[in-house]
Design a protein around this ligand. Structure first.
Ligand SMILES: Nc1ncnc2c1ncn2[C@@H]1O[C@H](COP(=O)(O)OP(=O)(O)OP(=O)(O)O)[C@@H](O)[C@H]1O
Ligand SMILES: [Mg+2]
Length: 138
């Protein structure tokens, strides 16, 4: 469990995970609106040595950041309407590919998340406190 007291703390946590990430890793991120998932991804991408600007994919399935040590595939299931077979096909090519995948709101479609994914659950604690736990949301 990690307690973040600021945006910078959350970014730093993401950076550490990014520095330690290995090819094929999948991170399933869960937690409330504004709990810091995107900020964490920002740090993660920076930790892989990428200078890319990180924003959540809204109108496309995925954002790719290719200029770091490993390619990063950034998903956000928040606005996804349904997990149909077509999505699954495109999605699986990423998550079983050679990069690292991070999926915000992964708990909306848990059936799409590979078995070996590492779950991280984010929770709000006051205005600027956040708790980051390894594991699925309780
Ligand atoms: N300790 C903290 N860690 C991360 N963000 C914080 C923290 N304290 C305050 N914030 C604020 O909370 C918001 C977190 O936004 P962020 O987009 O990362 O959340 P999110 O979990 O991705 O939300 P969404 O579910 O909408 O995708 C930002 O506005 C940020 O400034
Ligand atoms: Mg987000």
């Amino acid at each position: 469990m990690f307690i973040s007291k600021s945006v910078e703390d959350t970014i730093a946590a993401g950076r550490t995970y990014g520095q330690n990430a290995a090819k094929g890793d999948v991170f399933a991120l869960a937690g409330d609106l504004g709990a810091g998932k995107t900020q964490f991804v920002k740090g993660f991408v920076a930790g892989l040595g990428s200078n890319a600007e990180v924003t959540s994919p809204t109108f496309v399935l995925v954002h790719e950041y290719g200029d770091g040590r490993l390619p990063v595939y950034h998903f956000d299931f928040y606005r996804l309407e349904q997990s149909d077979a077509v999505l699954r096909l495109g999605f699986d090519e990423y998550v079983f590919g050679d990069g690292v995948s991070l999926i915000e709101w992964a708990d909306r479609y848990p059936d799409l998340i590979p078995q070996g994914a590492k779950w991280l659950s984010f929770a709000l604690e006051g205005e600027s406190g956040r708790v980051i736990r390894e594991g699925t949301p309780s």
